[in-house]
Ligand binder design. Structure first.
Ligand SMILES: NC(=O)c1ccc[n+]([C@@H]2O[C@H](COP(=O)([O-])OP(=O)(O)OC[C@H]3O[C@@H](n4cnc5c(N)ncnc54)[C@H](OP(=O)(O)O)[C@@H]3O)[C@@H](O)[C@H]2O)c1
Length: 286
């Protein structure tokens, strides 16, 4: 029987896994938020896993403030890298699967065709570097690690672009949104379902390693904003601007579309088109 610990369960992905976990009624789930279990407290994590005999750890905890990370390097590395090393060591001792999340921000975005798992990483900021270091730690310290890199994650709850755009396009007559960064939005419901599907795989041997998962298709932030406002029926005039006109502390990759061939082949996953998933998510919000 699977005994699953989901850390960072207060975040948007953790909440999405919570919403889906009843699909696996025979599994035992433990959902811990930062206040229940801080992943930087390695002894507490080890004790929790021991007490509940955890054999699958899905780490949804992360330092995700991309711009703030530029001035909080130590905090970003403590959560995204050092704590991940400790989680991996706990999993290794228990022969447990570590399902860990990473990001398209490990790439520099200079490519113009979808990124494969083996493509060269070159993070542009502290957040991306700390997540890349976390990948190394997770793989190095536990032989049973699966890393899923995702991108532009949004859902019904939590801090995300969809919820920000719903608010802004309702309040404002005009809104400027960058159109020179291309990637793929990813619905937390789809990502959560993919993670549980992987955890359920009866033959993980030989499948450990790094995978990419986002929704299907390509969009700019401008396209994403237009689609959100359109679905919501908000008449805000959304205008395309360049990244240079909207400076932020952290540099983002200008192209970060992920190739999903590997995860589809290894786990038989079907990946929904981003606009279909956006519609599904917005129907749930309504
Ligand atoms: N969001 C995206 O666009 C995106 C894109 C690609 C990959 N990812 C990756 O996907 C994963 C899930 O991200 P998300 O979007 O769900 O992020 P999120 O909504 O920011 O959730 C992260 C959660 O981790 C918690 N946390 C932070 N430090 C912790 C600690 N020391 N111990 C325990 N919990 C801690 C946070 O709590 P507080 O709120 O209290 O800090 C928050 O609830 C992350 O690994 C992220 O890097 C996200």
């Amino acid at each position: 029987v699977k005994r699953v610990l989901v850390t960072g369960a207060g975040g948007q992905l953790g909440q999405a896994i919570f919403r889906l976990h009843k699909r696996y009624p025979e599994w035992q789930f433990h959902f811990t938020g930062r206040e229940d279990l801080d992943i930087t407290e390695s002894e507490a994590v080890a004790a929790f896993c021991e007490k509940h005999d955890i054999n699958t750890l899905i780490n949804c905890a992360a330092y995700t403030k991309v711009d703030q990370a530029e001035s909080e390097r130590a905090a970003a590395y403590a959560i995204n890298a050092e704590a991940v090393k400790d989680l991996a060591e706990v999993c290794a001792k228990r022969n447990a699967l570590l399902l860990h999340l990473s990001t398209d921000f490990v790439f520099d975005g200079l490519q113009s065709s979808p990124y494969m798992e083996g493509d060269e990483t070159w993070p542009l900021g502290v957040y991306g570097s700390s997540k890349l270091e976390g990948e190394y730690m997770a793989l190095k310290h536990n032989p049973r690690t699966i890393i899923v890199r995702s991108s532009w994650v949004y859902g019904e709850t939590g801090h995300n672009f969809l919820r920000t755009m719903l608010k802004l396009t309702k309040e404002r007559d005009t809104l400027n949104v960058v159109f020179d960064q291309a990637g793929t939005p990813t619905y937390t419901g789809d990502l959560a379902a993919a993670l549980l599907h992987i955890a359920a795989d009866p033959a993980l041997e030989g499948k450990y390693g790094i995978y990419h998962y986002s929704n299907e298709g390509v969009a700019s932030w401008y396209d994403f904003a237009k689609a959100i406002a359109g679905e919501a029926g908000h008449s805000c005039d959304i205008r395309p601007i360049r990244t240079a006109q909207y400076p932020t502390p952290a540099t983002r990759p200008s192209y970060s579309v992920l190739d999903k061939a590997k995860i589809k082949a290894a786990f038989g996953l079907e990946v929904p088109y981003w606009r279909d998933s956006l519609r599904k998510c917005m129907e749930k919000i309504k």
